[in-house]
Design a protein around this ligand. Structure first.
Ligand code: BEZ
Length: 406
């Protein structure tokens, strides 16, 4: 077999020899191949969507809800966007930033997807943004708030259907200051989502005369909160602002109650603290107030239909993550419909997405110049299994998009 191989090149070797010879000949005649514009896809080609989401770990439920919402919208369009069938590819990103470049490259290079839909974790998002920019691949961020993605790292092919970390934090800073609180301690996971939420909170809170007296954190996804909770109690603040989500949020809210602080120190958070978590948090979450771009009890017809359809299809109540997945698909549809499914016509796809008015269950929204939703932030209060809307905390809040040059 080895001898054969040396006499007769195997198929792969023959092909590369042929390509090499052809290239040399072309170079000799000056007819060097140009970087060709991507060929239009064959009639009937599918739109390839690559989900890069967490399907394991503390954010697993968030990834599943995003995928559910996305698929539901596509199904409602008969399984097609821009007249073409949609084909899905999936990678579990495990909320692990170290694996992000390799995972994103798998979807883009191996699976040749037209669009990456991902992800949840801000640290992982930074890796995806880098790879998507290098390859000029369309990216829709269905959760991760990393401010950079629609800030200094913004790009024509980078879109978000969710929020920037700054936004819900800023909205809550405004609410807490309006309530006359002066001295606040913050407590988060030590990574971009927590740190940037606190930055947003601080910006609004301190502009109105409040003071963040201590910023405490614990590494992600650590859930050993006891020592920090004890430290918070010793500081005797007027209130505490936190960022936790998914499984970690469940544990934190229960630990807070178990430490006897629930009725002693007002606890506020961005809405991830109580979204998709209420069944597991039970009594410990009752009465908690948070700010987010979605809530239970909205009265728009789009939300009513969305909730009915979602409950029917998945036997679950939807949460903010499902909404963001649904809206990621709506954004993609705006682009795909404009080019009748020919996703190689990228500038037209981008233009249509930029101009989209997304009829979201959260309320209709448009995108900022940096491709981040400009949206209302609701103040919500936990009542039973619901994050009931109390009021609009900040209307049409746009991320400042600092450092974005688009
Ligand atoms: C983030 O990492 O950006 C994030 C994760 C879960 C909920 C909200 C934000």
């Amino acid at each position: 077999m080895h001898r054969n191989a040396s006499r007769r090149p195997p198929r792969v070797r023959r092909l590369s020899l042929w390509l090499g010879t052809a290239a040399l000949l072309a170079a000799g005649t000056g007819a060097v191949a140009q970087t060709a514009a991507p060929a239009a896809p064959a009639l009937g080609a599918k739109i390839k969507v690559g989900f890069m989401l967490p399907y394991t770990g503390t954010y697993a439920a968030l990834g599943t809800a995003i995928e559910n919402g996305f698929r539901m919208y596509v199904q409602q369009q008969g399984g097609k966007l821009g007249g073409r069938d949609v084909e899905y590819f999936k990678v579990d990103d495990e909320s692990d930033p170290a694996k992000a470049p390799e995972n994103a490259t798998k979807l883009i290079k191996r699976d040749q997807v037209d669009v990456v839909v991902g992800t949840v974790h801000s640290g992982v998002q930074m890796g995806i943004v880098k790879v998507a920019k290098e390859n000029n691949t369309l990216l829709i961020i269905p959760n991760a708030g990393a401010d950079e993605a629609t800030g200094p790292l913004c790009g024509p092919n980078i879109f978000r259907s969710s929020f920037s970390n700054w936004q819900p934090g800023y909205a809550m800073g405004h609410v807490v200051a309006e309530r006359g609180m002066k001295k606040v301690v913050t407590l988060t996971w030590k990574y971009a989502a927590g740190e940037q939420s606190v930055k947003g909170f601080k910006e609004a809170f301190e502009a109105k005369g409040g003071k963040v007296v201590k910023e405490l954190s614990v590494p992600f996804p650590n859930v050993e909160f006891q020592a920090l909770i004890t430290e918070v109690a010793s500081l005797k603040p007027d209130a505490v602002f936190v960022f936790f989500a998914g499984g970690g949020a469940v544990k934190f809210v229960k630990d807070w109650q178990a430490a006897g602080l629930k009725d002693k120190i007002p606890l506020y958070g961005s809405g991830f603290l109580t979204d998709g978590t209420l069944e597991a948090q039970g009594a410990a979450a009752q009465g908690l107030e948070t700010t987010l771009h979605y809530a239970d009890g909205l009265t728009n017809p789009r939300d009513k239909a969305f909730r009915l359809d979602y409950a029917k299809q998945y036997k679950l109540q939807p949460d903010v993550y499902a909404v963001q997945g649904f809206d990621a698909a709506q954004l993609l549809a705006a682009g795909a419909n404009a080019v009748k499914g020919d996703m190689t016509r990228k500038p037209e796809v981008i233009k249509a997405m930029e101009a989209a008015k997304v009829d979201s269950p959260r309320g209709a929204f448009t995108l900022s110049k940096a491709h981040n939703p400009v949206q209302d932030f609701y103040l919500r209060k936990v009542d039973g299994r619901e994050n009931k809307v109390s009021t609009v905390a900040v209307k049409a809040l746009a991320d400042p998009a600092r450092g974005c040059r688009l």
